[in-house]
Design a protein around this ligand. Structure first.
Ligand SMILES: *Cc1c(COP(=O)(O)O)cnc(C)c1O
Length: 958
């Protein structure tokens, strides 16, 4: 498309905060004359990329929109009745516009700073309550990545909960969704668990010696089994009983918690979350109280603030990888928070009667279809079902039916040559059922008028207990009320719509509207993940392009888009390394060296991949201690599998020795895994592949603009050198026929869907298309400039813990506030909470160094915003000085009492030794744009002691 003229508006100038004048000014303050000079002082010359990135020329926003639209139309939207854990549904428009398409919700971070995250914490608590009610189990998390990995997490959980003699067999019913079984196989094999797949009704469980069992409810082919007797056998053998359940079916069926399940897992996709060709969707895991400490993922709990008022926070964080590292309950970091919020809101909006009504409608559609099919003489295999029918015929019949379906633009599940599955959903209309009956040779409408069957759910499996009884699910059913409720919650949260969120290592950059808009196009979000390849040509082109862009930017030769978070990428990459070693007869290479400064997901993923973690020290400058590395690499040379290294380091510097580090590992037979979380400092300047790494993951929700969604979604594709390409994750062709992912040597699937959370790959693709190579390189340079500008301005007030060889930091810097503990009794928490009074989200606290703050501004923040943040930090330093000098009390000062809520400072009573004004309006900018924290400081210890993880009764708020 050649145009005679081009719009002058370039996207890169919108994405990058500082303009040319601001850049020049900031450079002057750093005594530099160009960005190039800054890069020379920051990135070691030995690793610099000598040529520009080879990416297509940048598109304008309007051009991108047109291309995205065109590609969305190259995906063909058939009516899909494929089921297998994915169902089309209706996203209530009021939720779509005000949450899914609203930056006030999608640009939030994981709610670590609870006081300014009460809105999403409440939304997530609603989600947990909904899951708990529907499954009949008291505790639920929020959330896991997908149903298959949730099943795998439950297997890990069951393994960890064993008492007495250790067993290593896990049983899974053959009636589970096939992709669930495949992900289980991958996970089990890596850590030496023997997975036995069989018929739950026939297996001799007692002699199996299994530590747990998983069944699907209803089964993947729709069959409805009563698992009570089986559950008793599992318990008699001392095992954990796990039930994968369809969340909507539980509105009509006896919930797992009432028939003996210890754990229930599943997807909440069909609660208003678009299919999106596989994701993102939130998976759930619910369990009994006694197992809560082994529960993976995030748990929201009810606690109290400094004044004893109810307030919410993330509970039991000491189970997580951040603290427990290789002893963590899981490697889950980024999960699916935004999707959990949406699913929870779907339950708030519909309420118990609405949810039951939808379940009944879906069930009735299945019963009408069943009646019509019986009338046509078609054989139904099962006697009872919820929404899925299993049809059997001769091979010739099946061929004929599938052909007839295709000609009507209908997708049916081909189970095998003689079996077909049909799953109906919330969007299925009587006309759809008539059309389906037409596929089987009848006059659809006539057949439909025939007999709808009565519900086949046996009395023993009919739900009698109530659910969603809490007031939250019973008062926001008009759109006006719903809109106001969502707005109320949004107003309690600080997001990128208020101010910069300078979280080091998290890369909270702009999530541009033009990048976000395509994901809700029907051509992208209504595609079932298992449609035939020919119906997803638009997506396939996006994958092709994105894979080639990522390969070019990382310097690698092949890419897998399957892992749906950075930590999943770590896991997939380490498995690929293990397979590679195995292929060379080196299966005994199982030692993984990890620097002490590494992110907690690194050791947690290594353990999941069956590796043994050896920690290597860091020196005073924050670099890997190369002598220690050489010693450890040599010591373990016969068993060395890999090094995991983050670059630039988690300390925010470009280590000069990185090439040497990589060669030490290679000389000792290991592979180098690069954690790509800090790729935002590398793009266009250097590449992991050139530096000497063999594989790296790319957190698309950091460097490539997928919004953080309050704790997810994200994507963590991995890029690998040619020798590892054969070992990238494959995907079973029995589930989704495709040429792309059928590599026979590859590690098994690591996600439920072939391309993980496919629909949000579009966001990163759009970003790269609009930025181009030059734009991305400019962004990297400005990200480094912004960090150095902050280091320059704040360096005089707070020690900068680490700098590179020539005094520069990379794209983030660590501020030391540890000395104030002695001089003023002030701790890092006090500074973080005081920042809220100034309208800012704290930087990353205590990672990678306890008691410090790590600031990452990103390229998207303008100089004005950087200055506002620096002014706030300097002002806080002055407040600390006043404490040091005795002008403010050591015990009663604005830092210790932060954050200050409106009701605190407006109350008639004010007992503090400083003024109200200083409490709430510490900086001039707070008078114009005040963000009021809705609650006072959280009492953390109390929240973990009395764990409450579902909505408390309203009286508790009074
Ligand atoms: C964010 C991060 C991870 C984990 O990535 P997720 O996408 O959250 O799973 C790993 N390592 C580092 C250094 C990170 O910053």
């Amino acid at each position: 498309m050649s145009q005679p003229w081009k719009h002058p508006d370039r996207f890169v100038l919108r994405h990058v905060g500082p303009d040319a004048d601001e850049i020049a000014e900031m450079l002057r303050s750093l005594r530099l004359s160009s960005l190039e000079e800054l890069v020379d002082e920051t990135v070691p010359a030995s690793i610099r990329l000598a040529r520009p990135l080879d990416l297509p020329a940048p598109l304008a926003e309007s051009e991108l929109a047109a291309q995205a639209h065109e590609l969305s139309q190259r995906n063909e939207i058939f009516r899909s009745y494929l089921g297998m854990g994915y169902s089309d549904c209706v996203t209530p428009r009021v939720i779509q516009r005000n949450i899914l398409e609203n930056p006030g919700w999608y640009t939030q971070y994981t709610p670590y700073q609870a006081e300014i995250a009460q809105g999403r914490l409440e939304a997530l608590l609603n989600y947990q309550t909904m899951v708990s009610d529907l499954t009949g189990l008291p505790i639920a998390n929020a959330s896991l990545l997908d149903e298959a990995t949730a099943a795998a997490e439950s297997m890990h959980m069951a393994h960890a909960l064993q008492t007495g003699e250790e067993k290593d067999v896990f049983f899974a019913s053959e009636a589970c969704h096939p992709q669930t079984l495949d992900v289980l196989r991958t996970r089990a094999e890596a850590i030496g668990i023997k997975l036995v797949i069989g018929d739950h009704a026939k297996v001799d469980f007692a002699s199996l010696g299994a530590f747990g069992a998983l069944v699907q409810y209803p089964a993947t082919d729709g069959a409805l089994f009563d698992y009570r007797a089986f559950g008793e056998k599992v318990h008699a053998a001392g095992g954990l009983f796990v039930v994968a359940a369809d969340i909507l079916s539980l509105a009509l069926l006896t919930p797992p918690g009432e028939f003996g399940a210890d754990v229930a897992i599943g997807s909440t996709q069909r609660f208003g979350v678009p299919l999106g060709y596989g994701g993102p969707h939130a998976a759930y895991l619910a369990t009994k109280n006694e197992f809560v400490r082994k529960l993976p993922g995030r748990i929201i709990g009810v606690a109290q603030d400094s004044r004893g008022k109810p307030a919410l926070r993330m509970a039991l964080q000491t189970r997580e990888q951040h603290i427990r590292r290789e002893k963590a309950t899981s490697n889950i970091c980024t999960a699916q928070a935004l999707l959990a919020v949406i699913a929870g809101m779907y339950a708030v909006y519909h309420g118990p009667r609405g949810i039951r009504g939808i379940a009944e409608m879906v069930h009735t559609a299945a019963n009408s279809l069943a009646g019509g099919l019986r009338a046509l003489g078609v054989r139904l295999v099962n006697d009872a079902w919820f929404d899925t029918l299993h049809v059997r015929g001769s091979e010739a019949d099946v061929k004929k039916w599938l052909a007839a379906a295709e000609s009507r633009r209908i997708n049916l599940r081909r189970i095998d040559a003689e079996n077909i599955g049909i799953s109906v959903d919330e969007t299925t209309t009587p006309a759809d059922v008539a059309s389906l009956l037409g596929v089987f040779g009848g006059d659809g409408n006539a057949a439909l008028k025939g007999a709808a069957l009565a519900s086949p759910i046996p009395a023993a499996l009919q739900r009698t207990s109530p659910y969603l009884t809490h007031a939250i699910f019973n008062k926001y059913h008009s759109e006006t009320e719903m809109l106001r409720y969502m707005r109320l919650l949004e107003s309690r949260d600080l997001s990128l719509t208020h101010s910069m969120i300078p979280l080091g290592s998290c890369t909270m950059k702009l999530n541009a509207t033009a990048e976000m808009m395509p994901i809700t196009l029907p051509g992208f979000n209504r595609l079932h993940p298992f449609v035939p390849f020919t119906q997803s040509r638009g997506y396939q082109q996006i994958f092709d392009e994105l894979e080639s862009f990522l390969a070019e930017m990382t310097g690698f030769s092949a890419v897998s888009l399957q892992p749906n978070a950075g930590a999943q990428g770590e896991y997939a990459g380490l498995l690929a390394i293990r397979k590679y070693h195995e292929s060379r007869g080196d299966a005994h290479r199982t030692v993984c060296i990890i620097p002490s400064s590494a992110h907690g997901t690194n050791p947690a993923s290594a353990v999941m991949a069956g590796l043994e973690v050896v920690v290597v020290k860091c020196d005073e400058q924050g670099n890997i201690n190369v002598a220690d590395l050489e010693e450890k690499a040599q010591k373990h040379r016969d068993k060395l599998a890999a090094l995991m290294v983050t670059y630039p380091s988690t300390h925010g510097v470009f280590e000069e020795q990185i090439k040497k580090i990589c060669s030490v590992i290679h000389e000792n037979g290991g592979q180098v895994y690069m954690d790509g979380a800090n790729l935002n400092a590398q793009l266009g300047l250097c590449r992991p592949g050139d530096i000497g790494a063999d594989v790296c993951h790319v957190n698309l929700h950091k460097t490539f603009c997928i919004p953080h969604g309050g704790g997810g979604p994200g994507m963590g594709p991995i890029a690998v050198a040619a020798h590892l390409a054969p070992f990238l994750p494959h995907y079973p062709t029995t589930v989704a026929k495709n040429e792309r992912l059928s590599n026979e040597f590859g590690v098994g699937p690591v996600s439920a869907a072939p391309w993980g959370s496919a629909s949000i790959l579009i966001i990163s693709w759009a970003y790269i298309k609009m930025m181009g190579g030059e734009g991305l390189t400019h962004a990297t340079k400005v990200a480094i400039l912004n960090a150095n500008y902050i280091a320059e301005r704040l360096g005089a007030h707070f020690p900068i813990v680490y700098r590179g060889a020539r005094g520069r930091v990379a794209h983030e810097c660590i501020l030391d506030v540890r000395p104030f503990k002695k001089t003023a009794g002030i701790e890092v928490d006090d500074v973080a909470k005081r920042l809220m009074d100034y309208g800012f989200h704290a930087p990353t606290m205590s990672f990678p160094i306890a008691g410090t703050l790590m600031v990452e501004p990103t390229e998207s923040e303008s100089k004005a915003e950087l200055d506002r943040f620096c002014d706030a930090m300097i002002s806080i330093r002055e407040e600390i000085r006043q404490i040091e000098e005795g002008r403010l009390s050591r015990e009663d000062n604005p830092l210790k009492n932060a954050p200050h809520t409106a009701d605190m400072v407006i109350a008639n009573e004010w007992k503090h030794a400083y003024g109200r004004e200083l409490g709430a309006f510490p900086a001039p900018s707070t008078r114009e744009r005040k963000f009021w924290p809705p609650v006072g400081r959280l009492n953390n210890a109390l929240g973990d002691r009395n764990l409450i993880c579902t909505c408390p009764p309203l009286e508790d708020y009074e």
